[in-house]
Design a protein around this ligand. Structure first.
Ligand code: ATP
Length: 202
């Protein structure tokens, strides 16, 4: 089985940018946000159970899950959040492991923004965290999404802090420079992960 490298970091820390650079080296990318959407797609048993619990009102006109309505409900109700987490976490973990098992590349990058929050560390062989200085994270978030500084600040504050995140890291990418600086770090990690995958499978 492929060696699994979890890539995580705060909002606008550079997860997509860095995953794209690994993809350019031919590394497959598995995206936890995509899996989270796949497991509640139309026709899934998870969606049937969500409708049973919250009623048809939780669906959009086209039959898809109304994710923003669901987000609002669970944001305001701990009991409902727990119910949903208990339903979805095992299904997401199972689907993630199934997608890992289908891989044949030496290693894959698993982009997983909520790795620590959702306690998914055990699914990875290695944890790669992005360390972006907060002023830069704030500046990039404001520029990319065109939002106010106060909203960007609040979005960063609701997340696990960088210090708490770094406690889980095996490797760290410091994203405080330009793309060339990132590429140097990624080339180095690429070699290391190819080596690690050989050791795992030997
Ligand atoms: P989200 O948490 O919202 O999914 P993300 O962690 O995937 O975000 P990116 O979208 O990759 O972060 O990066 C945030 C913004 O910062 C983007 O506009 C990206 O182009 C820019 N950015 C990231 N890294 C760099 C860098 N090293 N140099 C210049 N711009 C960068």
């Amino acid at each position: 089985m492929s060696y699994i490298v979890a890539l995580s970091g705060g909002i606008a820390s550079g997860k997509t940018t860095i995953a794209n650079l690994f993809a350019q080296l031919g590394v497959p990318i598995i995206d936890a946000d995509v899996i989270a959407r796949q497991v509640v797609a139309i026709g899934t048993s998870a969606l049937t159970q969500i409708v049973k619990h919250f009623s048809q009102e939780i669906l959009l006109a086209n039959g898809e899950l109304d994710r923003s309505q669901l987000r609002e409900i669970i944001f305001n109700n701990d009991h409902e959040r727990l119910w949903l987490n208990n339903l979805l976490h095992p299904i997401i973990a199972q689907e993630t492991q199934k997608q890992f098992a289908e891989q044949t590349a030496p290693y894959v990058i698993w982009v997983v923004p909520l790795l620590i929050e959702n306690n998914l560390q055990h699914l990875a062989d290695r944890i790669l965290l992005i360390d972006t200085p907060e002023e830069l994270q704030l500046e990039r978030l404001i520029n990319r999404d065109g939002i106010s500084e106060s909203l960007a600040n609040r979005m960063i504050r609701t997340q696990v802090s960088l210090t708490d995140r770094l406690a889980f890291a095996d490797d760290i990418i410091v994203n405080d420079g330009n793309l060339a600086a990132l590429t140097v770090q990624i080339d180095h990690l690429h070699k290391q992960y190819l080596h690690n995958s050989k050791v795992k499978n030997s």
